[in-house]
Design a protein. Structure first.
Length: 158
């Protein structure tokens, strides 16, 4: 299997891994690290929640390292790169676009981006660790796409 295909498959699989980690780890036994992410009143740029980058960053780095051991490139390199690429997408989509840690694309009307924001907003309406929904990042429930497309069409018809 080609390295690029392995990388892309890993990237897609990471959405499921992230969903499970978010639902069962972050909203489970490591809620103590994730809770400040749901606190609307915190006034600091970094959160304890940001430590989760290590949960994926360290294995990604180790996989890349093992993928080039002995001067031979193997599948582990591309798996590590897929995890790293997903991590980059997470920073760009979740931290910068959705939570606006850097103020860009604030008024986008692209339906996919609107659906992403809505799903995440619904996730954050629950301030506790129970009763959450929308634990993924890139794959958004269809109902939010429908809402975003309807809104987009309504705006265009005016």
């Amino acid at each position: 299997m080609s390295g690029i295909l392995i990388l892309l498959i890993t990237f897609v699989i990471m959405e499921g891994v992230t969903w499970c980690t978010h639902k069962y780890v972050m909203h489970g036994f490591l809620w103590v690290l994730h809770a400040d992410h749901h606190d609307k009143d915190h006034d600091h740029f970094l959160e304890r929640n940001d430590s989760f980058f290590l949960v994926f960053g360290i294995p990604s780095f180790l996989l890349c390292l093992l993928g080039v051991q002995g001067g031979e490139i193997n599948a582990l390199l591309f798996i590590g790169l897929g995890v790293a690429l997903y991590g980059l997408a997470y920073v760009l989509v979740h931290d910068i676009f959705i939570h606006q840690r850097i103020k860009i694309l604030r008024r986008t009307t692209l339906p996919y981006f609107m659906a992403l924001r809505k799903a995440h907003k619904v996730h954050h309406k629950h301030l506790g660790k129970e009763e959450g929904e929308c634990f993924g990042m890139l794959f958004v429930p269809m109902k939010y796409f429908r809402e975003a497309f309807a809104y987009s069409l309504k705006r265009k018809s005016k």
